[in-house]
Design a protein around this ligand. Structure first.
Ligand SMILES: CC(C)(COP(=O)(O)OP(=O)(O)OC[C@H]1O[C@@H](n2cnc3c(N)ncnc32)[C@H](O)[C@@H]1OP(=O)(O)O)[C@@H](O)C(=O)NCCC(=O)NCCS
Length: 175
């Protein structure tokens, strides 16, 4: 097991978290899709209405002071099921390449799961790319189920342009 500490992110971690978010985007071959920066993270995660929570993994023995390089993060937020009540969405789980296969990902995931249990969440859900077999195996290995396969639910999304077109068309009086 790697010598890391998992803790809640603070506003001072945003630059490091942003670096890891970009690494994950590169892993997905979608580096050009990252449209925010650490200022947005600070505002959205640590303002009056936090839109996400984040746990970070910090090596116990690397770096000095407050600026230790982070080696992983788990971003999550609370969601709600009209049938089952409180639920949790794990948006991102990432461990930087050199630190993989030493238990860091499991540790971050376990901490999010523990927090969700403490909040009495009925489940934790997340999306994984179909080609990401390594991550899929990792999740399966710890008891997670591919819910799309089991339940036939598809993930839908409307992006900004489509949202605007839809609202302008269906609520023209408010445009
Ligand atoms: C998926 C990911 C988060 C896993 O993180 P990780 O730190 O490598 O995960 P762990 O080390 O806890 O577990 C990985 C494997 O190492 C093994 N392992 C755990 N502790 C270990 C240790 N102390 N020593 C050696 N191996 C260990 C685990 O058994 C696991 O094997 P398994 O997948 O066959 O069960 C990481 O690979 C990653 O960031 N990948 C790229 C981004 C990504 O795909 N994220 C998920 C998007 S949905």
């Amino acid at each position: 097991m790697a010598d890391v500490t998992v803790r809640e992110a603070t506003v001072h971690d945003c630059e490091e978290i942003m670096r890891l978010i970009k690494e994950l985007a590169v892993h997905h071959n979608e580096a050009d899709k990252v449209a925010i920066d650490e200022h947005v993270l600070r505002r959205d995660g640590f303002g009056d209405t936090p839109y996400f929570h984040c746990l970070v993994a910090e090596p116990s023995t690397q770096g000095t002071g407050q600026q230790r390089p982070l080696v992983g993060y788990a971003m999550y937020y609370w969601t709600y099921s009209p049938w089952c009540g409180k639920t949790c969405c794990l948006e991102d789980l990432f461990v930087t390449k050199d630190w993989r296969n030493h238990g860091v990902g499991t540790l971050l995931w376990a901490h999010v799961t523990k927090t969700a249990l403490a909040r009495e969440c009925a489940w934790v859900h997340w999306v994984v790319m179909d080609w990401n077999q390594q991550a899929r195996d990792f999740y399966h290995g710890n008891g997670a189920t591919n819910w799309s396969e089991k339940d036939g639910r598809l993930v839908y999304r409307m992006t900004h342009g489509t949202m605007t077109t839809f609202v302008n068309k269906r609520l023209p009086e408010t445009a």
